[in-house]
Design a protein around this ligand. Sequence first.
Ligand SMILES: Cc1ncc(COP(=O)(O)O)c(C=O)c1O
Length: 447
Amino acid sequence: MHRYPDSPVFYRSLVREYPRAVRGRGCWIEDDTGQRYLDAVGGAFVASIGHGVTEIGEAMARQAGRLAYVNGTAFTHDAVEELAGRLVRLTPGMDRAYILGSGSEAVEAALKLARQHWVERGRPGKHRVIALEPSYHGNTLLALSASARPHYRAYWPEWLADITRIPAPYAYRCACRGDAGCPACTGDALEDAIRREGAERIAAFIMEPVGGSSTGASIPRDGYLQRIRELCDHYDVLFIADEVLCGAGRTGTWVATQAEGVVPDITTLGKGIAGGYAPVSAVLARDAVIEPIARGSGALLHAQTFSHHAVTCAAAVATIDYIEHHRLVSRCQAMGGVLHQRLDRLRSLPGVGDVRGRGLLAGVEFVADAGTRATFPRRARVAERFTRNAQDEGLIVWPNTGHADGEHGDLVMLAPPYIIEEREIDEIVARFSRALGRTMAEAAATA
Ligand SMILES: Cc1ncc(COP(=O)(O)O)c(C=O)c1O
């Protein structure tokens, strides 16, 4: 085990011990003691094609041997041309792709693109952004500003931009429980906010079309995304679909908006597009968004040394090749059916309030009382405890807290690699149930 301060590594947590991972194959990770972990969340929704696919590394090595890096101000190259071509072909309505490294960078660039679009169209008053609550769009300061996740914002409120918030279409935690057609769940809350603020001040609305970690794979009700599209058209607001987590095939279509037949103005992708073999993200946009900039200043003002990077682009091209060759998007749909059917069994276990999601993306929300949906006290740290107990059981999941009211709420997410087999799904459910039993016993002891 490894921990601060015994190592020169500035770890993500300075108060826990880390096993040392040494190899990965398929859905499994092995540490240096030989312990195996079932990676039920692809690390952080990243390992889309599974661990240890040697052809991705080979494609990266070929690219590095031929041409590792040129700056995007001086050259284009085969890898970025190929990747952008793949991404716009796969993502309906999108015409161009700007390649970056992380999801936060993509969100940051997407918001700047929206703002620059309006300035270059001669409407500089359109600068405000509307986002959902709860939501998560990244950790750099503009992306964090868009994110409604109070505990991530604790130390830098003075540095964050002022964003207009509307309630997320999060049926499980909504007073209407998703049925009554309240403004949050229908999308009318967006219209109210645009009218209140004045459409002439709103540059963009950003949301995840399928909820990520901050709402535990919550799916907006039918018609929600269509309504958002209509409102954005009507009030001249750019619609940014943040598909960093839910995109790249995970929910059974390449992008989640596709399932609803909705085309946003800007789409962000990240995480799964290069399967974890390299850090790659992308901002995709319609020509109508980019043209005012092309006719005006001539460039998105967002220079980053490592944008359009040849080796990381090659990793993404090889990953997308793999996804297409093995038909992994339709596999997400098929195996998603199996995953949700098996996860349904968890509903009867003590502490489980809801199980939801689409394709190979699922959220399990923990509650103290399934009838009232009352949360556990925060001091019980149920999501964190569960995640540690699951790791002890050899199961990797992703926790989230605070979604119920900014402080309370415990859920965990599952997002296994697209190549997962049925018996591995059964194994997830078995290990999950054991970890939950231990967690509930510990929570009872802290009550
Ligand atoms: C929806 C969404 N957008 C953006 C991000 C930020 O991505 P990254 O952590 O790669 O910066 C995340 C990360 O979890 C995310 O879930």
